[in-house]
Design a protein around this ligand. Structure first.
Ligand code: C2E
Ligand code: MG
Ligand code: MG
Length: 690
């Protein structure tokens, strides 16, 4: 394939022009199409066509002389390579032309065909390369100038040598204001926010020229405002490999920093009250402990827990509970000093750090202030709430040297206050029994047990006194404890009631019992009633009826096969709650029994007004039945009374044949007790039924 090259020859010597034409014609492999002009003006006209690949130019023409000729051709056709034709004695002029960007020169009379052709081809190639380079440099310059990044260069001393448009707009410095000044002390501070000397950082970059070094720091705008920038830095070298300075590319990260700050705040603060959270509290405590250790100071840690806060949450909803916590936090804020840290560390628990006290008694002043702050009611959703708090206090160094011991001991002291009736404070002392701690461990375990299914239900039969048929199964919960074995409910139900865990536990037992009864029915056992104990705490829940309905629905058990037991004291505790709760449930077809009857002080007229079906005579009266005439009298009277009110009577805790005989002769309807069976697991109960 032949290549065609269009050549424009501007040469006033016709003989020489002819020679050129002949030399080009001799070329093998390339076809030259030659146009010839004798004058520059004529040549420029031709160049207007823009189809020439190269110009062979004589600098001495009738209408133009010397370098001016070159300039005019370049101006007319900037992209076209030019080879200057000169005489032997004109080489100096030729060099000047080359410096002015002519691609080559040929001395007239010295060129043969090969030399001429090669000169033309090289000139074209050189021009093309140069153009490409210029274009890419242009592109690069554009990129740097208009990049959405800060791009700057400094020399090895830190003097700014380049500052792109973006950087100028970002920092508010014009190029002329900043180039030539040192980067440190102008846009970059001498030290970053962590105190690191940034001169050292620059040295690091220069010392390790093959690495991209990244850093983030807070920089300074011309107007003094601060901005966070993430920099990528690299040392620059010249063509000989010497390090000449640093190229730095930066991105504005102020937004990201702001977000990070928010996240940090959230990680260290409680979202509801805005108070520091447990983590931050522990950090501050640890810091304060270091200081106290160094300067021989005392520190107090107060562990505070609101009393009966759960009741408010349960009865008035979480919104009310949240509002109360916020108000409490605010009020507590007025009781402590600037230097103290108050934190919400979970639920209704607050910790207070008093980092600088002279005597343990200094704490008393603050704690009493807090107690006083609780005397005024909190007004939430139009209701006035009276709430109190229990506090435990531990003192560094007497009660512990480390954060966790101090917290644990303050917590133990707080528990002690709870046990002794709440609404008070107490300093830790080693005599605060280990029982408190055991209880805490127990509570933690109980929570876990509930989640992992470590509870079991045993069943105890209630038997018809005359027919000896099982008419009822009482569901009694047990805790299968990994270390302590099977725990009976008296070991953990009171704790569950105190902590509110009784709510989920109670629901779990109810569901288990209902599901079990349904399973028995489906397995073809004679139908019986399952009876489940309700604690006072559950009974105070306004959504109790819905909860029971939901369980019945889920287990598909008919309401007539469920009985609920409440103790006499529960029934009497909050009459306002009792009647509506009972009515809603009895309307659903559920029966009620009064448990442990005789231990409380039920008003008889009240008893009459309650929709209950059964009285369970407390075991304490049954045990003395065959020996104590008083017990006999009481039991006989209760049975008569119950029958008058058309209630059935169950005797609890029947252990001997004599007791059974007495009860039968007194026309007690049902009996329950070890004589017939202890509470037993499901499989054993099934044996009893057959
Ligand atoms: P309770 O409802 O009065 O249950 C009867 C308790 O008397 C059971 O104790 C039972 O094992 C025991 N008992 C039965 N017959 C005899 C006997 O002949 N002699 C003696 N000495 N004791 C007998 P348990 O299972 O230890 O339960 C104790 C209490 O714990 C229950 O008293 C009940 O108030 C409570 N409880 C048990 N399960 C639950 C539950 O699921 N929820 C709630 N809220 N309380 C429960
Ligand atoms: Mg019971
Ligand atoms: Mg009982």
């Amino acid at each position: 394939m032949y290549k065609t090259i269009n050549v424009l020859l501007i040469e006033d010597n016709s003989a020489y022009a002819r020679l050129i034409r002949e030399l080009l014609a001799e070329s093998r492999g390339t076809i030259f199409v030659l146009e010839h002009s004798l004058r520059l003006s004529d040549g420029l006209l031709h160049l207007g066509d823009r189809r020439h690949d190269v110009v062979l130019l004589d600098l001495g023409l009738p209408d133009s002389q010397g370098l001016d000729t070159l300039l005019r051709v370049q101006e007319k056709a900037p992209g076209v390579p030019i080879i200057v034709l000169t005489g032997l004695d004109d080489e100096e002029l030729a060099f000047k032309a080359i410096r002015m960007d002519a691609q080559d020169y040929i001395v007239k009379g010295q060129a043969d065909s090969d030399l001429l052709v090669r000169a033309i081809l090289y000139a074209i190639e050189r021009k093309r390369t140069k153009e490409a380079l210029r274009a890419s440099e242009e592109k690069y310059r554009e990129l740097v100038e208009h990049a959405n990044s800060i791009i700057l260069k400094v020399d090895t001393m830190g003097t700014i040598t380049f500052f792109n448009e973006f950087a100028q707009a970002f920092f508010g410095f014009a190029e002329s204001e900043i180039v030539g000044r040192n980067i440190l002390g102008t846009i970059v501070p001498y030290r970053d926010s962590s105190g690191k000397d940034l001169t050292l950082m620059m040295n690091d970059i220069l010392r390790d020229p093959d690495r991209y070094l990244k850093n983030e720091n807070e920089n300074i705008r011309k107007d003094g405002t601060r901005v966070w920038v993430a920099w990528t830095n690299k040392a620059m070298r010249d063509s000989e490999g010497r390090i000449t300075g640093i190229l730095a590319v930066g991105q504005d990260i102020s937004e990201r920093r702001k977000m990070e700050e928010i996240i940090r705040q959230q990680a260290s603060h409680d979202a509801l009250t805005g108070l520091p959270n447990r983590r931050m509290f522990t950090d501050r405590l640890t810091f304060a402990l270091n200081q106290a250790h160094r300067y021989h100071k005392q520190i107090a840690v107060v562990f505070m827990d609101l009393d009966h806060f759960k009741n408010i949450n349960d009865s008035f909803g979480h919104d009310a509970g949240d509002q109360l916590l916020k108000d409490v936090a605010e009020r507590l804020g007025y009781c402590v000093r600037e230097t103290d840290t108050m934190a919400r560390i979970g639920g209704d628990e607050f910790n207070i750090l008093l980092p600088d006290i002279h005597h343990a008694e200094d704490t008393t002043i603050i704690v009493e202030k807090i107690m006083a702050a609780f005397q005024r009611p909190f007004s939430i959703q139009g209701h006035d709430f009276h709430i109190t708090a229990s506090m435990g206090i531990s003192i560094y160094p007497d009660d512990g040297k480390f954060a966790d011991t101090l917290l644990k001991n303050a917590d133990a002291a707080m528990y002690h206050v709870k046990e002794q009736g709440r609404n008070n404070y107490k300093f830790y002392n080693p005599a605060i029994n280990t029982r408190t701690i055991e209880r805490m461990i127990l509570e933690k375990n109980l929570r876990k047990t509930l989640e992992c299914g470590g509870l079991v239900v045993h069943y105890q039969p209630q038997v018809a006194t005359d027919t000896k048929q099982i008419v009822c199964a009482e569901a009694l919960v047990r805790w299968q404890h990994p270390e302590l074995g099977l725990l009976n409910p008296m070991k953990f139900i009171p704790l569950a009631e105190e902590t509110g865990l009784i709510i989920p536990i109670g629901k779990w037992v109810l569901r288990a019992a209902c599901a079990q009864n349904k399973a028995w029915q489906e397995a073809g056992y004679p139908p019986l009633c399952v009876t489940v104990n309700l604690s006072a705490r559950q009974f105070q829940q306004s959504n109790l009826a819905e909860m029971v309905a939901q369980v019945l629905h889920e287990t598909n058990l008919d309401a007539e096969w469920l009985e609920l037991e409440i103790t006499e004291s529960t029934a009497m505790q909050d009459i306002g709650h009792t009647i509506p709760n009972l009515s809603r449930l009895t309307e659903m077809g559920i029966r009620f029994a009064i448990d442990d009857f005789g231990t409380g002080c039920t008003s008889l007229s009240y008893l009459k007004s309650l929709p209950i079906r059964k009285l369970k005579i407390d075991r304490s009266f049954i045990s003395g039945l065959t020996t104590d005439p008083d017990d006999q009298a009481i039991v006989t009277a209760v049975i008569a009374l119950a029958h008058n009110l058309r209630l059935k009577v169950v005797a609890e805790g029947v252990e001997t044949e004599d007791q059974l005989l007495f009860l039968r002769s007194s026309r007690c309807d049902e009996v329950q007790g070890y004589l017939l069976s202890e509470p037993v697991p499901v499989e054993e109960f099934e044996k009893l039924m057959t």
